[in-house]
Write a protein that binds this ligand. Sequence first.
Ligand code: C2O
Ligand code: CU
Length: 543
Amino acid sequence: RKVHHYSFIVSETNFTRLCITKSMLTVNGQWPGPTIQVRKGDTAFVQVHNHGKYGITIHWHGVKQPRNPWSDGPENVTQCPIQPGKSFIYEVTFSDEVGTVWWHAHSDWSRATVHGAIVILPARGTTYPFRKPDAEKVLVLGEWYNGDLKEIIDKATESGAPPEESTAYTINGQPGFPNNCSKETTYRLQVQYGKTYLLRLVNAVMNEEMFFGIANHKLTVVAQDGAYIKPITTDYIMTSPGQTMDILLIANQPPSHYYIAGSPFFDAGFIATYDSSNTSAILEYTGNFAPPASPPYPSLPNIRNRAAADNFTKRIRALASRAHPVNVPKKIDTKIFMTVGLNELLCPDATCGGPNGNKLSSSLNNISFVTSTIDILQAYYRDLPGVFKKDFPDKPLYVFNYTGEVADNTLYPLQGTNVTMIDYGASVEIVLQGTSVQFGEFHPMHLHGYSFYWVGTGYGNYDETTSPKTYNLKDPPEVNTVGLPRNGWVAIRFVANNPGVWFLHCHLERHASWGMSTVIIVKNGPTKETSIRPPPPNLPSCS
Ligand code: C2O
Ligand code: CU
């Protein structure tokens, strides 16, 4: 078990894309930021120096951080931000994740440019449960904004209008074809005929799910969210913000150039403006050939093609081998039913209960999450009163036909910092129920501190009698982010064996900032080894 040390300098750096030069926040001047590479079982200490203008935090997305929520990162949930001029050392413990996860800023919208991959190789002395790749490559899907992100968000918050969409999607920081301004700098993935590559794909996009494919080549997905799955061979994949996938690519086509492309999947019941452009990179074989003037382009499903998204997603199954077993809890101690609501566009005025008194709001069980001023972890650990309430409801406050016709104006959410308390060791089931308030949208829901088994999913209202009969308890995938279909439900299960304060939220940045978040506190167990570790020295101060 090795200990790694990284230094992250967060600072403003100039970048030029789409013929526009602007200054943006990056780590070590790179976008995407540096890749962390470890083996399962290792620990990394990452010293984050904030040379930027605003407070910042970093989250290790998909890393469970056993008993150590202090290093988890969400701003004002597990820590106060690192102030400009200050630094903080995160201790990142890789207990049982394998494959790819990632890190990103977890304050405001800075994660748009402050993010990078985490590659977790198999533990020493073990190997992949699939054909050993000849080489590995990281691919990060992201978004470029011509404008300044902070200004975009501040403007949206003040006006109550949805924030401006990104100007382009990117692959490894490059918009690619067909944009003339960035054609020259398009990302090139070099391959040799006959070799096998492991692509480690991170979806760091802010607000849209993405389809992804490579012309004339099959993709074989072998892991998702830091856990192996049964290999899926496919022409395209669909990935939600927050998710990571490990994909085998065999360079078995005639040596030439082929486009790699990503395009958005946007499943919402309302008409909205969104960035519908594609992003691309080039798969470039080495060798002597005349490069084609226009390489083949992959055919990706249309932006509204929900069936195509489902057809891919429903194939995902845990590997469930002897070395990588599935341990789904069968008997449930704690059951939580949570409606996921969006109140984004129709609400006429400032009465709709959004944060900052504006009309944009989102909620879980009709409570729009209010960020506290002191982090919840510290308040909990030190027993400081008045920061949060331990009364998040385990079922909706209002029962209605969740996915039917909804009278929008009856559903203005409450606001509060309400958390769920769970006993150490409890077997937990959470059913997330999408609602057609505002006609509904697809929500990638993400839980910190855990990966969970995604045991069930369906359209319409969850039914306590019939829905559980459709669960997959044999080989459900173990993930940290799950796509809640528009006007549908998902059921997830996990054993609450990681004490701490853990954020649960939609990974669409718009929804999270409007309150589609909550906190789960898993209490300490009976021993020191089952309790939250003491806080590290030099925690950022909250003043
Ligand atoms: Cu990747 Cu709380 O986030
Ligand atoms: Cu959402």
